[in-house]
Write a protein that binds this ligand. Structure first.
Ligand SMILES: Cc1cc2nc3c(=O)[nH]c(=O)nc-3n(C[C@H](O)[C@H](O)[C@H](O)COP(=O)(O)O)c2cc1C
Length: 177
C-alpha cells in the first residue's frame, strides 16, 4: 500500500492572530447544545456549540468546554454527561446556560423540564436530541478540555434546531427556489 509522507510545518509556523481566528469561527453556523451532568460532584450545565460526532462504531461524540468553566471538573468527576441539542424555541435556555439570561438566574435548571435517559445526567425534555454519554476519553487542548463520550442513550424529535452564527440565533429553513 502506498504511503503519503506529510511534511509538518507545525513547529516552525506561527499561530494566526486570535482576532483572525475568532472572526473566521464567528461566521460558522453551529448547532447549539447544553452539556449537562449530575452525580457525586453535583449538577451542572453549560452551553456549547463545539460538539460533533467522532465515531459510529462505537458511537462516540465530543464536546469542547473552556477549562475556566466550573463544569469541567464536575463532568470529569461525575464521569457522565448528556448533550442536549436545543430547538429553535430554546434560545433563552442557551443564554441561561451561557450565564447571561435575559430573565431569571444564570445556569438555573428550574428554567426547563428535565428527565433521565440511561445515566444520571439531566436530559432536556423537548430538545431536538438527547445524547447520553459515559466519558470515553478526556483530551486537554489549549484553552479547552475535550470530553469524548460513548453514547449509551439517544432520542430525537422532529423539531427545528437552534443555530448560532455571527452572534445571532437562527432557525434553519429550506432554500427558496
Ligand atoms: C451559542 C453559544 C455557544 C457556546 N459554545 C461554547 C463552547 O463550545 N464551549 C465553551 O466552553 N463555551 C461555549 N460558550 C460559552 C459558555 O456557554 C459560557 O462561556 C459559559 O457558560 C460561562 O460560564 P462561566 O461564567 O462559568 O465562565 C458558548 C456560548 C454561547 C452563547
Amino acid at each position: 500500500m502506498a504511503t503519503v509522507k506529510v511534511e509538518s510545518t507545525a513547529d516552525s509556523t506561527d499561530s494566526v492572530d486570535i482576532d483572525a481566528f475568532v472572526g473566521a469561527m464567528r461566521v460558522q453556523a453551529a448547532a447549539v447544545n447544553l452539556v449537562t451532568s449530575n452525580g457525586p460532584a453535583g449538577r451542572t450545565g453549560v452551553t456549547v456549540s463545539a460538539m460533533t460526532s467522532v465515531s459510529a462504531e462505537p458511537p462516540l461524540l465530543l464536546a469542547c468546554v473552556n477549562r475556566r468553566s466550573p463544569s469541567v471538573a464536575i463532568i470529569r468527576q461525575n464521569g457522565v454527561f448528556c448533550i442536549n441539542a436545543l430547538s429553535a424555541e430554546q434560545s433563552g435556555l442557551a443564554d441561561t446556560f451561557a450565564g447571561r439570561p435575559s430573565s431569571g438566574h444564570p445556569f438555573d435548571f428550574e428554567a426547563a423540564e428535565w428527565t433521565n435517559l440511561t445515566t444520571t445526567a439531566p436530559a432536556l425534555v423537548d430538545a431536538v436530541a438527547n445524547l447520553d454519554c459515559v466519558i470515553h476519553d478526556i483530551v486537554e487542548a489549549g484553552s479547552h478540555t475535550i470530553f469524548i463520550g460513548r453514547v449509551v442513550g439517544a432520542v430525537h424529535r422532529n423539531v427545528r434546531p437552534l443555530v448560532y452564527c455571527d452572534r445571532t440565533y437562527l432557525a434553519p429553513g429550506p432554500l427558496k427556489d
